[in-house]
Design a protein around this ligand. Structure first.
Ligand code: TRP
Length: 433
């Protein structure tokens, strides 16, 4: 039995923060250690182009995210870890899928619709500031997934619609061209809590309430000190419910440690002490990784080599698969016979009559098989007219005309009469169509 293929893309648009770590990096690295799973992780840098037009930021973010995943324990030997733009087959597949997905389906994509609705609300053109890249985003994502026939795609709720669209593309393509794609399933990470940020809202780059995953120790301490709390004094009982500090702690601590902090809240721990506990707990988990992160960041050449090796591994699948897909849709080597056979009226598979003049000044004709062998060879005629009349007799009557024309052929063609008769019949059949 083949193992289940998991695939996850990470758009390199910023610096990874603790929310990314808890919500995506940590569970993915854990899942990648399972023996019944084959994992694909990639940096979705083509996707980054949709929202970022700062080249240096894309490069920096690609480096930081790759270093973060490796530092967090992703083993590039075990999984396939690559950069999307190193796989040109993905853009090619994007076009194939573009041609099978309805435009109306894309009109309903959340990210695009949200922009259109926003524009409508502010009274500007609905497509104002909407790039075609944003509109096509789900197709590129579909290509990411279908390229490797992933079974499961672990995503947050906001991405579920994209996985459904990828299924749609798989069905549409398979329906037209045969079973090539596995329709993927979204794997929604229910158990993974979204981490609150410094202000209590979901930790996110766009809210500017995040803690960078590999912030230096002192910065980490300072940021944690800035987590919002209420104004209860030391000694007063604290509420765990709605406490961002408590929730962040829980994401890093064991069940026992969490129970201990819950008790401390009830006993009136000071916010300063609670923050110190949280700082120590996070730093305990992060600091070994921080060291490998810094080592990697100082050696971009190592990361580059790892990603290129990953791309080579990925292309071992993508290149031959794309070759089959090209063939399936009809982008083919012209010498291959599949299409020629399939198109019933294709003249190239039929024998042909050829009329020509030799250096002796005489006119000749011959019947040539599709593969070029001469089936019938005429004697020479003084005028081209006789040759033409004989050809049209053979074309209209087939082998029935042969006896009357017997003396027009040079003796001894090395082909059987049956083959000549079959060739003439094939021409008659083709004409009847
Ligand atoms: N769109 C995803 C995000 O922004 C990233 C992504 C790109 C992705 N291609 C993917 C995720 C394929 C899963 C599978 O989070």
């Amino acid at each position: 039995m083949t193992s289940t293929r998991f695939l996850t893309g990470i758009t390199p648009s910023g610096t990874p923060h603790l929310g990314n770590y808890v919500g995506s990096i940590r569970p993915s690295v854990r899942a990648s250690l399972r023996s019944d799973v084959e994992s694909f992780y990639f940096l979705a840098d083509y996707h980054a182009l949709i929202k970022i037009d700062e080249p240096a930021r894309i490069q920096r973010s690609t480096l930081e995210i790759a270093a973060s995943w490796l530092a967090a324990g992703l083993d590039p030997e075990r999984v396939t870890f690559y950069r999307q733009s190193d796989i040109p087959e993905i853009t090619e597949l994007t076009w194939f899928l573009t041609c099978v997905i309805g435009k109306g389906v894309l009109n309903r994509a959340h990210a695009y619709k949200a922009m259109v609705d926003k524009n409508a609300a502010s009274g500007v053109d609905p497509d104002s500031d909407v790039s075609a890249g944003l509109f096509m985003y789900p197709v590129l994502m579909g290509a990411d997934i279908l390229m490797f026939n992933a079974h499961k795609v672990p995503v947050g709720r906001d991405q579920v619609q994209h996985i459904e669209m990828a299924r749609d593309m798989a069905y549409s393509f398979n329906h037209r061209y045969g079973e090539h794609f596995v329709p993927p399933d979204a794997e929604i990470e229910e158990s993974v809590a979204t981490l609150p940020g410094l202000d209590g809202r979901k930790m996110s780059k766009s809210y500017d309430n995040h803690i960078p995953l590999f912030a230096p120790r002192e910065q980490l301490r300072k940021l944690i000190a800035g987590i919002v709390t209420d104004s209860r004094a030391p000694g007063e009982t604290k509420e765990t419910e709605g406490s961002a500090l408590f929730q962040i702690y829980q994401a890093f601590a064991t069940v026992e440690e969490t129970m201990t902090l819950r008790q401390a809240y009830a006993d009136g721990i000071s916010w300063a002490d609670a923050k110190q506990l949280l700082f120590e707990r996070i730093d305990h988990e992060i600091s070994p990784m921080r060291e490998s992160y810094l080592a990697l960041m100082n050696h971009p050449d190592r990361i580059e080599a790892i990603l290129l090796a990953g791309a080579a591994k990925a292309r071992k699948i993508a290149t031959p698969f794309m070759g089959r897909l090209r063939h399936a849709v009809g982008l083919r080597d012209l010498r291959s016979q599949d299409g020629v056979k399939a198109v019933k009226s294709a003249k190239s598979s039929l024998p042909v009559f050829k009329q020509y003049r030799e250096s002796d000044g005489q006119f000749y004709f011959k019947l040539q098989a599709a593969d070029g062998r001469v089936l019938l060879q005429s004697v020479g005629f003084a005028s081209p007219k006789v040759a033409g009349q004989s050809i049209s007799l053979l074309q209209t009557q087939g082998s029935a005309a042969l006896p009357a024309l017997a003396d027009q052929f040079q003796s001894g063609p090395e082909v059987q009469n049956e083959e000549i008769a079959a060739a003439l019949q094939a021409l008659l059949d083709a004409k009847a169509k």
